[in-house]
Design a protein around this ligand. Structure first.
Ligand SMILES: [Ca+2]
Length: 346
């Protein structure tokens, strides 16, 4: 058999032009033709392969770079989108806040009365408080603030709650304990009769001594029926105007509501008829102690403060921080008060 020489030349591409010689081992050397061109070609092939690989690698690198750039562009785009969205949503949030903020959204637009609930039309809520009081619903711990007196009474104690100031008048020795004798003396100083003062002692110490005492044992824990000032907020009763919150702070909005709801002819105070409406309007269901306390407190207030049948708003406010009681003591003697109030008290 002759050598089988296969020469495969496929154009000018060196990779494909190499001759492939298959040597038959049976043939002599002369016929043996080993074409070594392939070595060079192989070299070239490797070189080209390398170049191709390099190009391929470069291409991949470029692709990766392009991908990275694309990714970066997308990230920037997304970031911009997010920023736009957040700006937009920020505006949205602000808009929502504005919608929820009655001050920015015109108080007059808020519906406070409806035909189906006629009491909402009879008892109007105050709408013009923010100019004078700011956040009127925010309870004040130390001042009894109103529209007319937004800073409260000047010179009142700043370390006591308004509820504690309310009973300060009776704690004459300032030891934080109000004994029945203290209450008796206080009411007598204010000009009330023996009978009224005795009833006041019974209601105040019968109702408020146990809630304020330290011990759980009813009589043995507080045999003298003292009222303790530091725990006085526990003695808060129901069926009231809620001007005192459950911690003894003063809530200006609730105080203003008393007059916007019941001083319907805007006389600047409450008549006895208005006070009856206040007590009925604030009454909670099945709350006899609250009802009794409300009658006693408003009754006392009326006897103490009324002028020509009207209890004026400022007088009521100054009874909350008890500044009014000291003024009464300064301006009226017990005899004059007894003379003025004698018939009503009895
Ligand atoms: Ca005392």
């Amino acid at each position: 058999m002759s050598n089988i020489e296969q020469h495969m030349n496929k154009g000018q591409d060196k990779k494909k032009t190499d001759k492939i010689i298959i040597q038959n081992p049976d043939l002599s050397n002369k016929n043996e033709r080993i074409i070594v061109q392939g070595q060079d070609n192989k070299k070239n092939e490797r070189h080209q392969d390398n170049k191709k690989n390099e190009r391929h690698h470069d291409n991949k690198k470029n692709e990766r770079n392009q991908d990275n750039k694309k990714h970066e562009r997308n990230q920037v785009h997304n970031k911009n989108e997010q920023t736009d969205r957040s700006i937009f949503s920020g505006h949205d949030h602000d808009n929502k806040k504005n919608e929820q903020n009655p001050k920015l959204n015109q108080e007059k637009d808020i519906i406070t009365e409806v035909d189906e609930a006629p009491e909402t039309k009879e008892r109007k809520v105050p709408k013009d408080l923010s100019d004078k009081l700011g956040n009127a619903g925010l309870p004040r711990a130390t001042i009894a603030a109103s529209k007319e007196m937004p800073e409260g009474t000047p010179g009142r104690p700043t370390r006591k709650s308004v509820l504690q100031q309310h009973v300060e008048f009776w704690d004459t020795d300032h030891d934080g304990v109000i004994t029945p004798l203290d209450t008796w003396k206080g009411f007598r100083k204010l000009g009330f009769s023996l009978a009224f003062s005795a009833v006041a002692v019974g209601i105040i110490h019968g109702g408020f001594s146990y809630p304020t005492q330290k011990s759980w044992i009813p009589i043995l824990g507080n045999p003298l029926f003292n009222v303790y000032v530091d725990t006085l907020s526990k003695a808060k009763h129901g069926s009231d105007s809620e001007t005192f919150d459950t911690e003894g702070r003063f809530v200006p909005e609730k105080f203003e509501e008393v007059f916007s709801k019941y001083d319907r002819d805007n006389k600047g105070g409450l008549s006895l008829k208005d006070i009856k409406q206040v007590i009925r309007g604030n009454a909670n269901v099945f709350d006899p102690f609250g009802w009794t306390s409300a009658v006693f407190e408003w009754g006392t207030l009326y006897l103490l403060c009324e002028k020509d049948g009207i209890v004026y708003k400022e007088d009521v406010r100054s009874c909350y921080d008890v500044s009014n009681f000291f003024i009464f003591i300064q301006h009226y003697s017990i005899c004059v008060l007894l003379y003025n109030k004698f018939l009503l008290i009895l």
